[in-house]
Ligand binder design. Structure first.
Ligand code: NAP
Length: 339
């Protein structure tokens, strides 16, 4: 049995300006082989990474940190592996809560083998019959974000109109078709082909919007503000259109927040980690009864991870999340998923 292995990693070359490019990342094999054991007394857990998720926030962490971004998370370090949500198998553990063979999800480096601090990783119940890859998406950070943002921040009431952009509108015909035909939306539009976003929203929501789940920011938020109803709520989850701009969009319609007494609140999913068990209880029946449509888009190979991550940030994938699957020592997959 091998006691040391080579460790392939995805490294950030330098801090990024503008939208990240594939060349901002590189694949290396770490110079020191990895010992497949944790140090006694370290309380650490060693894992083999099976799936890695690509998420928009990772683009922010590739940029030089600012006081604002540091309030969210530490930036990646040039010359070191990038990190993200992964699904992994425990190889060795100095923490009694984890044993060899356990499946976990949490933050890991983009590499084959990681030694991690077990605080903040979750053990996966493998008796729940769902694909492991779901824990990089719908059953992990992304699902919890949607759940916490919607139920805890938006406070929905029966009969209200809710708009979730990055879901309701998309950047290609193919994605709009997916929203209408596969995900069952009543209406959807391609934001890249709408010369007037305000008119597009009025066409789709003639009675106005009660709840807006913000994922996009910029011009879209400006148009949504014009279409919000009095006492509407906006959960500010993300602003993907603004992350990589050197000069961000200036909004014209912020006074609508006062005029319409709108409540607008930003949030970060890690403030809701304690809701995770409740969230699983909530969402698993929907998955089992096939009441929730979920799609995964798979790209194979750790080598293809950088292209997958960059492609996500450019909207080049059909559905919008990637993860990497390591099926065996040699074969990798990168998958892409959306709710
Ligand atoms: N607050 C939190 O704790 C938290 C947690 C998770 C995610 N988030 C945020 O939530 C948002 C959605 O995350 P997600 O993981 O679900 O992402 P996602 O659906 O994977 O979103 C990525 C998609 O956004 C679209 N996009 C890219 N640039 C855009 C632009 N300029 N305008 C409009 N759409 C653009 C692209 O698709 P198109 O082809 O449609 O353009 C891209 O594929 C992101 O802003 C993310 O940062 C926040």
């Amino acid at each position: 049995m091998e006691t040391t292995v080579k460790n392939k990693q995805v490294i950030l070359r330098n801090y990024v300006k503008g939208i990240p490019k594939e060349s901002d990342l590189m694949i290396v094999t770490a110079s020191d082989p990895v010992e497949l054991k944790v140090k006694p007394g370290s309380a650490a857990v060693m894992v083999k990474n099976l799936y890695l998720s690509c998420d928009p926030y990772m683009g922010i962490l590739m940029r030089e940190p600012t006081p604002s971004t540091l309030a969210l998370l530490d930036a990646f370090i040039p010359g070191k592996p990038i990190a993200g949500i992964g699904v992994s198998q425990v190889i060795d553990s100095d923490d009694p809560s984890f044993t060899k063979g356990d499946m976990i999800w949490g933050i890991v480096n983009w590499e084959e083998y990681s030694t991690i601090n077990p605080a903040g990783i979750f053990k996966i119940d493998v008796n729940v019959n769902v694909p492991l890859s779901y824990y990089t998406g719908i059953l992990g950070m992304i699902g919890l974000t949607a759940y916490a943002g919607f139920y805890e921040i938006c406070s929905p009431k029966k009969g209200e109109t809710c708009v979730c952009l990055c879901g309701f509108c998309a950047g290609s015909k193919q994605k709009v078709d997916l929203l209408l035909k596969k995900f069952g939306y009543d209406d959807a539009f391609n934001y890249k082909e709408e010369p007037d976003l305000d008119s597009a929203l009025k066409r789709c929501f003639p009675k106005g919007i009660d709840i807006y789940f913000e994922n996009v920011g910029g011009k879209m938020l400006d148009a949504v503000l014009l279409n919000m109803k009095p006492y509407g709520r906006i959960a500010v989850c993300g602003m993907i259109s603004q992350y990589h701009l050197e000069t961000r969009d200036r909004l014209q319609n912020l006074p609508d927040i006062i005029f319409k007494k709108i409540r607008m609140q930003g949030f970060a999913v890690y403030d809701f980690i304690d809701r995770f068990p409740k969230f699983l209880e909530f969402v698993l029946p929907y998955i089992k009864e096939e009441k929730l449509t979920y799609v995964e888009d798979i790209v194979e190979g750790l080598e293809n991870g950088p292209a997958a991550l960059v492609g996500l940030l450019h909207g080049q994938t059909l559905v919008s999340k990637f993860s990497r699957l390591l099926e065996s020592e040699e074969i990798y997959h990168v998958s892409c998923m959306d709710m």
